[in-house]
Design a protein around this ligand. Structure first.
Ligand SMILES: CC(C)(COP(=O)(O)OP(=O)(O)OC[C@H]1O[C@@H](n2cnc3c(N)ncnc32)[C@H](O)[C@@H]1OP(=O)(O)O)[C@@H](O)C(=O)NCCC(=O)NCCS
Length: 152
């Protein structure tokens, strides 16, 4: 994802999320060296985006008893509503996870709202399982987050 993509990315963001991220927040995300953020295009139109953050340190805070080599945090994934349920989300997720595997990452985790049943089903279908819960995680409405993870 590049600066020139942000207006199109914001269209997706506003179409799918009740509390969309701002342009400045996306700028911050794409400027961070340890983030890998991509867009998915259909012909010349951006129809989805997703990204992950490569954790600098080991994941002791998540798994005190298990040592992973390199962990990624899935920042977000979103697909334009009119092309959902056609495999685009799975494709985007697989591109992200394969990229992480190529960097010797061996674990991925993410947060999802318990009320986001579509995303929950999507992550379960892509072999993520619930590993925890963070209370009052989302600042806008204090909804809890489910933490999901899977080995890569
Ligand atoms: C969650 C999200 C990214 C999934 O993207 P998607 O493109 O709809 O995902 P997919 O099409 O790969 O998979 C979704 C469903 O389509 C089905 N599907 C995949 N390819 C298909 C095809 N060719 N034909 C018909 N159905 C298909 C999948 O089996 C899956 O169905 P299931 O969950 O009932 O098993 C998307 O719904 C989204 O952007 N949601 C809003 C943003 C969001 O909540 N993001 C997550 C934040 S944590």
């Amino acid at each position: 994802m590049l600066e020139k993509d942000l207006d199109e990315v914001l269209i997706i963001e506003r179409a799918v999320f009740k509390y969309p991220w701002t342009k400045d927040f996306f700028r911050l995300i794409i400027s961070e060296i340890n983030n890998y953020v991509i867009t998915l295009r259909q012909r010349n139109t951006i129809i989805g985006y997703g990204g992950y953050h490569l954790l600098k340190k080991s994941s002791d805070f998540l798994f005190p008893h298990k040592k992973y080599n390199q962990v990624i945090h899935l920042i977000n994934i979103a697909i334009m509503p009119y092309v959902q349920n056609r495999g685009c989300g799975t494709l985007l997720l697989n591109i992200l996870l394969n990229n992480a595997r190529s960097k010797h990452c061996d674990y991925c985790y993410l947060e999802v709202r318990p009320t986001n049943s579509k995303a929950l089903a999507f992550y379960k279908n892509t072999c993520f399982s619930i590993i925890g819960i963070i209370e009052n995680y989302y600042p806008q409405d204090k909804e809890n987050a489910l933490v999901m993870g899977k080995e890569l």
